[in-house]
Ligand binder design. Structure first.
Ligand code: PBG
Length: 326
């Protein structure tokens, strides 16, 4: 036997941690929080065990629970009191995210990231203004340029309420540049933008759409979110957001798109975020409930893999559970 290279030498306890290439810490995670203006009690989200929609009055206590696990950053999603064609509750000064942000930043030290999008606020559930006459899937068009001023208003209203960072997720062309300019003009030059730079039209968002009540009433999002078949296009998408001033580059979903996370890591020096989405969470829970998977172990392995692929930041519904276990 003439084996000189024996990688197994470094797999023994005592040395394996020393040579480990990737680690997880609570400071890597952002925990999504759903704030719901239509309820005055916490409502469990069935397809996302352990998660709830909380009323504005409970936003602070919900964030304190997150902070107790060591996770310091939250991403806020809002379920508004009412919806209309434009999604005007999205930029209302007394809107659900604005109100929650004001309270959370006044009463806790959490780092508050807000989702900047229209789909939870429009009657039709799309991420922008739907062009007149579109009532069927075939003729649906979300008007890119008409949507940009609305995204600017949302981002500015979040920053005025005290948001530490804004995260536009609507996949409109030019959204990062438009929001950057609007924030700067309103005196928020120090509020960074985490762009959902490569966001795919994914079936893994299913449980989130229940949670945030943001499913499209007709049609789908394939005209604005990316085609799951495309890898090179993601690099182009991300490059455009970099040119427009994005501070953090997000890939979404995470696990089915680790090739994209890895590409973005190698091609850009900006911090990279990956969104471990609702379906990635729900499927592990469903398998664990059947006794088919060890939930803690697969949750941890998932987050470790996302970091190994190159993410610095992981937005995940597992944030609290994994942070507690670390
Ligand atoms: C809003 C938005 C979505 C998610 C985050 N922001 C839904 C969508 O694009 O349909 C999905 C998050 C998840 O599945 O966990 N545009």
């Amino acid at each position: 036997m003439d084996l000189t290279d024996r990688p197994r030498r470094l797999r023994r306890d005592g040395v394996r941690d020393l040579v480990s290439e990737t680690s997880l810490a609570p400071s890597d995670f952002v925990a999504p929080v759903f704030v719901d203006a239509t309820t005055d009690e916490r409502v469990p989200i069935e397809s996302m065990p352990g998660h709830e929609r909380v009323p504005v009055d409970e936003a602070v206590s919900r964030v304190e629970e997150v902070r107790e696990t060591g996770v310091e950053a939250v991403m806020l999603f809002g379920i508004p009191a009412g919806k209309d064609a434009e999604g005007s509750r999205a930029w209302a000064n007394d809107g659900v995210v604005q109100e929650a942000t004001r309270r959370i930043t006044a009463e806790t030290d959490a780092y508050v990231v807000t989702d900047v999008c229209l789909c939870e606020y429009t009657e039709h559930g799309h991420c922008g203004i739907v062009e007149d006459g579109a009532e069927t899937d075939a003729d649906l068009t979300v008007d890119n340029d008409a949507t940009l001023p609305l995204l600017e208003r949302i981002a500015v209203s979040h920053a005025r309420a005290g948001a530490d960072m804004v995260a536009p997720s609507g996949m409109m062309d030019g959204m990062v540049g438009a929001i950057r300019e609007a924030l700067d003009e309103d005196g928020h030059a120090n509020v960074p933008i985490m762009s959902y730079a490569a966001k795919y039209e994914s079936a893994f968002y299913g449980p989130f759409r229940d949670a945030a009540d943001g499913a499209p009433a007709f049609g789908d999002r394939r005209h604005y979110q990316m085609d799951p078949a495309n890898r090179r296009e993601a690099v182009r998408e991300v490059a455009l957001d970099v040119e427009q001033g994005a501070d953090v580059l997000m890939v979404k979903p995470a696990l089915p798109y680790l090739d994209v996370v890895s590409d973005v890591r190698r091609r850009f020096d900006h911090p990279v975020a990956a969104y471990n989405v609702s379906g990635e969470y729900a499927m592990l829970h469903a398998a664990a409930e059947n006794g088919w998977l060890d939930l803690d172990a697969v949750a941890r392995e998932s987050l470790l893999s996302i970091k190994r692929a190159g993410a610095d930041v992981v937005v995940t519904y597992f944030a609290e559970d994994v942070a507690r276990a670390l």
